[in-house]
Design a protein around this ligand. Sequence first.
Ligand code: PEP
Length: 246
Amino acid sequence: MRNKIVAGNWKMNLLLAEAIDLGRKIKEAASEIEGVQVLLFPSSIYLKSLAEIAIPVGAQNFYPAENGAFTGEISISQLKDCGATHVLIGHSERRAIFGEQADFLKQKVDSAIAHKITPVFCCGEPLEIREAGTELVYVKRQLEESLFHILPENMQNCIVAYEPVWAIGTGKTATVAQAEEMHRSIRNWITEKYTETIAQNCSIIYGGSCNVSNAQELFSSPNVDGGLIGGASLQAESFIKIAQSF
Ligand code: PEP
């Protein structure tokens, strides 16, 4: 049985006191929600403070080297030391704004696995690819280039986040049919590459303007195992309602 997951990507938002306050409210409500893993991705400088509230936290970014002359960067060991259990890899903002390419993302996946940190591997097509009708080929390639080289025992511990780029922060959500088609395809590709059991155990979550009004419908789709929530994770009420949507 795969996990149902609702994860909040806070991006570059909130000050420390706000992050702690929001984290506390979410923690309190999350303890009442059975069977859903609630995860937060705050700014890395707040990881330790949030981990102290005993809410599971992950990092939005890291540099895939052990240590050394990488001014301004943070290693996965440092994040782990601050309480991170998960990391986002391949988020479209990192790909588009910071130029992170497939090969670099592959290194990040390897680094996370080597440190027993769960990768939340983000994939998704831009609008022009969706309009051209080639989104399945595009997303499959993203997975093949940066994720599908890992060993089966590691794949079953990964989380895949399907996030169509045209839906992130735009207020446009994929329809349930669009999300289900992609999630089902991702699960089939995992079956082809690994095994049916691994594919059935792997959580595939949806991201892209997921909110209180559409979460329930999306999460009721057979291959949608939860959500990666950006904007709507910044208010306790909306994020909690989303986590209660299963
Ligand atoms: C995200 O950044 O991963 C995301 C899904 O953002 P939003 O929910 O705001 O579209």
